[in-house]
Design a protein around this ligand. Structure first.
Ligand SMILES: Cc1cc2nc3c(=O)[nH]c(=O)nc-3n(C[C@H](O)[C@H](O)[C@H](O)COP(=O)(O)OP(=O)(O)OC[C@H]3O[C@@H](n4cnc5c(N)ncnc54)[C@H](O)[C@@H]3O)c2cc1C
Length: 407
């Protein structure tokens, strides 16, 4: 794939230190690239900026994977990127099994019960990025500026300016902050994201298991935090293990054999013995939500606007839905010849997404509290609740349909 490593002259644009675009997207993670791909058929001139190139896809699975739901898969398909992901590597999961380690509560979801082939796919974040970039590459209205680091932004005028490290600048009618949890765009908009740390870290790694994962996403709620084993196409599992800070550091430092032993035990040997097949990495966990997503000529999406606990694997899915919604609102305004970067247009995006994102954040925080609590009354309540929902087909269907982003 071609990555534009330096200033790339677009059609009819001469080389200079200031380049003008209609839209500048800060951040070429999953969210920013999804937005660019979804806008590829508009007439807008778009630049996406990222300081890092996506990690190359190698034989070994990347440690960063996401459980991608049906709503996100539909969008990837619509923009023509899903095929590219399949060619690179995707792992379907057909069932989901969730249980409480302190009791008998459990819940099981099966795609067959919903008349679906899968509940979703486990896809490496870099696979998603490469497939979206391959689509974007076909659009001669989009420039991918990478590696390029945004140093500062001047957002007070109707034409916004983005200054890059090294002296080049871009101007645009719309600047989109898809630059992650520490968003520079958000800071320049003077919007505060009150990120509340869970005082937990997620350890991620890849393991081989004795028993087949059965294309099932497994999640065990331990008093110390949720532990997920997600099925990969080659039979291995991707692990996301949330733990309090001190315990996470201890477990991260274990040698492979000791780590595997702790993991098997925590996972109640459901997949038999475990063998570590990758290095381990650790990510701090927290949640937060901005109160405004938009200002005139400015919009925030994905982790720049909201971060949540990964226990239900929804962060990237929410960002992808944000991107789809913003692209739709802009495209409709263009078709109707309305001002596509004006506040009244962007507010439609905010109105459409903020409530859904807030609901998901509140649900994850409640889950985290309910399952991370050793109060015996709460333990009994959650076990009874899990079993009750497991046997109440209509409630179960509502829950799973929401997690799948609507089917
Ligand atoms: C352990 C873990 C497991 C997870 N599992 C799931 C899951 O199963 N399903 C799911 O849906 N979500 C999951 N998530 C959440 C998901 O990973 C994030 O929500 C998602 O990656 C956010 O994407 P983004 O594009 O909004 O932000 P980011 O991925 O943070 O991308 C931001 C981009 O902006 C660039 N950038 C930032 N600042 C600058 C600058 N100044 N100049 C230039 N470029 C800049 C960065 O280089 C980066 O590429 C998980 C998260 C964690 C921590």
């Amino acid at each position: 794939m071609v990555v534009h490593l330096k200033w790339v002259a677009g059609p009819g644009v001469s080389e200079s230190d200031i380049r003008h675009y209609d839209v500048v997207i800060a951040g070429g993670g999953i969210t920013g690239l999804t937005l660019a791909a979804a806008l590829r058929d508009t007439s807008l001139r778009i630049a996406i900026i990222d300081q890092n190139q996506p990690v190359a896809v190698s034989d070994e699975y990347s440690l960063r994977v996401s459980a991608i739901n049906h709503a996100a898969l539909r969008l990837f398909d619509e923009v023509g990127a899903f095929e590219g992901m399949v060619k690179l590597r995707v792992s379907p999961f057909r069932e989901m099994h969730v249980w409480d380690s302190t009791g008998v509560g459990q819940i099981h979801f099966d795609s067959a019960e919903l008349g679906l082939d899968t509940l979703g796919y486990i896809i490496e974040n870099n696979v998603i990025q490469h497939a979206l970039l391959a689509v974007i590459e076909q659009a001669d209205t989009i420039d991918w500026l990478c590696p390029a680091k945004i140093a500062s932004l001047e957002l007070n005028h109707s034409l916004k300016r983005v200054d890059l490290d090294g002296g080049k600048s871009l101007t645009a009618h719309l600047v989109v902050g898809a630059d992650g949890a520490n968003s520079l765009v958000r800071q320049a908009m003077c919007i505060v994201l009150l990120r509340r740390p869970y005082k937990q870290q997620a350890i991620v790694c890849t393991v081989a298991t004795e028993y087949d994962h059965q294309q099932t996403a497994w999640q065990c709620f331990l008093p110390t935090g949720p532990l997920a084993l997600l099925p990969l196409q080659n039979g291995q599992c991707s692990v996301v293990w949330s733990l309090d800070q001190a315990e996470a550091e201890t477990i991260l430092a274990l040698d492979n054999a000791a780590f595997a032993a702790r993991l098997e035990q925590a996972f109640e040997y459901r997949l038999g013995s475990v063998k570590a097949v990758s290095s381990r990495a650790m990510f701090p966990l927290g949640h937060g939500h901005v109160d405004r997503y938009v200002q005139p000529g400015l919009a925030l999406l994905g982790d720049a606007a909201h971060t949540i606990h990964p226990l239900a694997g929804q962060g990237a899915n929410l960002g992808i839905s944000d991107a789809a919604c913003l692209a739709k609102v802009i495209s409709e305004a263009l078709q109707a010849r309305r001002r596509w970067s004006a506040l009244y247009t962007l507010r439609k995006y905010e109105r459409s997404r903020k409530g859904a994102n807030q609901l998901m954040e509140a649900s994850m925080t409640t889950f985290k509290y309910l399952f991370g609590n050793d109060n015996p009354f709460l333990a009994e309540l959650r076990n009874a609740g899990l079993n009750l929902v497991d046997h109440a087909a209509p409630v179960k269907q509502i829950l799973i349909k929401r997690a799948l982003g609507g089917i």
